[in-house]
Design a binder for this molecule. Structure first.
Ligand code: MG
Length: 218
C-alpha cells in the first residue's frame, strides 16, 4: 500500500519544521510512576518512537481491538543542534513547546515488560506520536496547568514543575549520549491519569483556558 503522507513535519509560528527523531521519556512524574506500579528512576528513561508514528491531524485512526492508552505530554522541539549540552544553556536549544499524546498499546507494553523486552512496538505504531502546533517557548507553558479532556471530561492534568527531570536536565542527559538535531522532538513524560481511548472519542488538549488541539478518534 502506498504511503499517503510522507511529509513528517510540525508547525511552529506558521512555519513547517521537518521532524528528524522522536524521543520520549518514561516515568517522569512521580504520581504516574506510582499508578504504573513503578519506582521513579534516579536517571531518566529514554525510548524512541518512529518518525512515521508522527500525527498532527485532527482526526486519528487507532489500531482496532487493541487497548490504546492516552499519555498527555509536553513535547519539546529542538531548534539548535548540539551535543554535550549543559543544563544551564539547554533552553537555548529549544525552539518551541507543544502538547502531545504518547499513545501506547498498554497490553502489549505489559507483555513486553514482563518478558524484559523492548517496548518498541507498544509505543511506535502509525499515529502514536500526536502533537499539536508548537508555541514559542516563552509563551508561558511552564507556569500553567495543561490538561486532556476525553469526551469533555478532564482525565489528565499536570504542570511542568512536577517533572522528576526538568526539560533542561533531559536535554543535558540525552545530548551527552546522542547528538540532538534541529527538528528532534522529545516527549517529556506523562502525569497521572492515563487510560484507554476508543473509536468515537473526542480528545481535547489544552493549557489553562486555551485549547491547543481537538481530535476525533476514528
Ligand atoms: Mg509517555
Amino acid at each position: 500500500m502506498p504511503i499517503k503522507n510522507d511529509n513528517f513535519s510540525v508547525v511552529l509560528d506558521n512555519n513547517q519544521i521537518a521532524v528528524r527523531n522522536i524521543y520520549a521519556v518514561g516515568r517522569n512524574y512521580p504520581a504516574h510512576a506510582k499508578e504504573m506500579g513503578s519506582a521513579v528512576n534516579n536517571e531518566p528513561i529514554f525510548f524512541q518512537k518512529s518518525l512515521t508514528s508522527l500525527h498532527t491531524d485532527s482526526k486519528i485512526m487507532i489500531p482496532r481491538e487493541r487497548n490504546i492508552h492516552h499519555e498527555l505530554e509536553v513535547v519539546v522541539l529542538v531548534g539548535t543542534p548540539g551535543e554535550f549540552i549543559d543544563e544551564s544553556t539547554a533552553i537555548e536549544h529549544v525552539a518551541g513547546l507543544a502538547l502531545g499524546l504518547d499513545l501506547t498499546d498498554r497490553d502489549l507494553q505489559d507483555t513486553l515488560k514482563e518478558q524484559s523486552l523492548p517496548w518498541f512496538l507498544s509505543k511506535s505504531f502509525k499515529g502514536s506520536a500526536v502533537v499539536s502546533e508548537f508555541m514559542m517557548k516563552t509563551d508561558g507553558l511552564c507556569e500553567k496547568e495543561f490538561w486532556l479532556k476525553r469526551n469533555e471530561v478532564i482525565v489528565q492534568r499536570g504542570k511542568m514543575d512536577q517533572m522528576v527531570f526538568p526539560i533542561t536536565k533531559l536535554i543535558e542527559y540525552l545530548s551527552a549520549r546522542m547528538p540532538l538535531l534541529k527538528g528532534d522532538l522529545i516527549f517529556t513524560g506523562t502525569p497521572q491519569g492515563v487510560g484507554p481511548i476508543e473509536q468515537g472519542d473526542n480528545l481535547e488538549l489544552g493549557i489553562a483556558q486555551e485549547t491547543l488541539m481537538d481530535i476525533e478518534v476514528a
